[in-house]
Design a protein around this ligand. Structure first.
Ligand SMILES: Cc1cc2nc3c(=O)[nH]c(=O)nc-3n(C[C@H](O)[C@H](O)[C@H](O)COP(=O)(O)OP(=O)(O)OC[C@H]3O[C@@H](n4cnc5c(N)ncnc54)[C@H](O)[C@@H]3O)c2cc1C
Length: 404
């Protein structure tokens, strides 16, 4: 293994390079990214970068010295357009080809765009997107946010923080209906309302109207929302097109690049990491894929190890998934996995207090811990999710008597 190529210079790509060096790899690491800047952190883009409370420094993952110490063959502003496993090469958009002994797919995701997007309609994935939304905040009075997932919710909160009128449009009856029990969605709905956001729930966007830029949003319930700025938080699309015809298999269900327990793809010697990797997790009864900042780092360490490991030395990747979101100065945290049909038990605080820790369970097992404004308590339960814990054992650990 002399040449390792990492395609995708985001969080997962950078961490893979770092972990390879930490594992003692002294060969060439080529890091290819189609953005023109070094890997940066995306979470601040919907938070402090929009409110203006954070500088560009808040997105810096590594300072120049740390980055230079990795001694990377860095190819920024270059897009991989094709993978040819038969001759172990990646073709780039400038017509050049890079040979590899080991390859890591870390091309992540992009924001899903609305079917039409006239001037004034934005999405949020990159630093350029965030700067454009931030600049639009300066002149907009009324903002419509489409989609009350985590990014939409954070954009709504940030827009309120700078004093804009905000309407949040969501097709489902409560935010996060597809992710978690409606009781939690209701807490988040109330949080938006308390903070002056107008909510249009259970309705979707029919069209953006306006002369040469968006002026209003027409909804499926026949109503309209006046807005000179629209931010669409419609989820992500995975950057996997360049893998077409390579033999790298995609996963069904939650999608992504199909990997085994070691994060190796269907093509030997090719691994996947970060938002697009889909692998079997024994504690969740099937395959999972995580669009989480923490996962991008943790999975990278395992991928780097496995790339270099000898026969029988590879590690299965079995993390405790972790996600957080900051809205209106409050932290929402999820350890493990959540699904709408989960059993939910508030073990500390309550939905009414807007401060709680809730256990989430499936098939008699603890599968997730969800918290609002309860960071230390949430983290205390992490060890329960690092192994198989029955619902009764989990409740006992929290000092809660199981209901008959
Ligand atoms: C606005 C925002 C806020 C977020 N907030 C949170 C949060 O609060 N908490 C949390 O846990 N997570 C959060 N996340 C999610 C987290 O940032 C992602 O999970 C993480 O960035 C994933 O890293 P990645 O390296 O897998 O993918 P990416 O960050 O998408 O990096 C992939 C890189 O590969 C590049 N690329 C794509 N195709 C090609 C190609 N063909 N050739 C070369 N390069 C290519 C992309 O342009 C990109 O630079 C947030 C994400 C966003 C967008």
């Amino acid at each position: 293994m002399r040449d390792i190529v990492i395609v995708g210079a985001g969080m997962a790509g950078l961490h893979t390079a770092e972990s390879l060096r930490a594992e003692g790899f002294g060969g060439t690491i080529t890091l290819i990214g189609d953005e023109t800047r070094r890997p940066y952190s995306r979470p601040p883009l919907s938070k402090e970068l929009l409110t203006g409370t954070g500088s560009d420094k808040s997105i810096v993952l590594r300072d120049d010295d740390e980055f230079d110490a990795l001694a990377l063959d860095l190819r920024l502003g270059r897009r991989a357009v094709r993978l040819r496993p038969a001759d172990r090469t990646v073709e780039l958009d400038d017509g050049t080809a890079v040979r590899y002994d080991g390859l890591v797919i870390a091309t992540g995701a992009r924001a899903r765009r609305p079917a039409t997007d006239p001037a004034g309609v934005h999405v949020l994935r990159t630093l350029d997107d965030a700067r454009a939304v931030r600049a639009a905040f300066d002149t907009a009075e009324r903002v419509a946010v489409v989609g009350a997932g985590f990014i939409g919710a954070e954009v709504a909160a940030s827009a309120r923080a700078v004093g804009l009128d905000v309407t949040l449009i969501e097709a489902a009856p409560t935010p996060l209906t597809r992710v978690v029990d409606p009781r939690v969605g209701t807490v988040l709905t109330d949080l938006h309302r308390d903070n002056g956001v107008e909510l249009r729930l259970g309705t979707s966007v029919e069209a953006f109207e306006g002369a040469d830029r968006v002026e209003r949003v027409r909804l499926s319930d026949g109503s309209t929302v006046e807005a000179s700025l629209v931010v669409a938080g419609l989820g992500a699309e995975l950057n996997t097109e360049w893998l077409a015809g390579s033999g790298i298999r995609s996963a069904d269900g939650v999608g992504g690049v199909l990997c085994d327990a070691y994060c190796e793809t269907s093509v030997p010697g090719v691994y996947a990491v970060g938002d697009l990797a889909n692998w079997p997790h024994p504690r969740y009864g099937g395959r999972i894929r995580l669009e989480h900042w923490t996962n991008a780092g943790e999975q990278a360490a395992v991928v780097a190890h496995n790339l270099l490991a000898g026969e029988g030395q590879r590690q299965a990747y079995t993390p405790v998934p972790y996600f957080w979101s900051d809205q209106y100065g409050m932290k929402v945290q999820l350890l493990g996995q959540a699904a709408p049909a989960d059993t939910v038990e508030f073990v500390h605080g309550s939905a009414e207090d807007r401060k709680f820790v809730a256990f989430l369970g499936r098939a008699g097992l603890l599968t997730g811990v969800l918290g609002l404004r309860s960071t230390p308590k949430v983290m205390r339960y992490r060890p329960l999710l690092a192994e198989t814990t029955t619902w009764e054992e989990a409740l006992a650990a929290a000092g809660v008597t199981p209901r008959p």
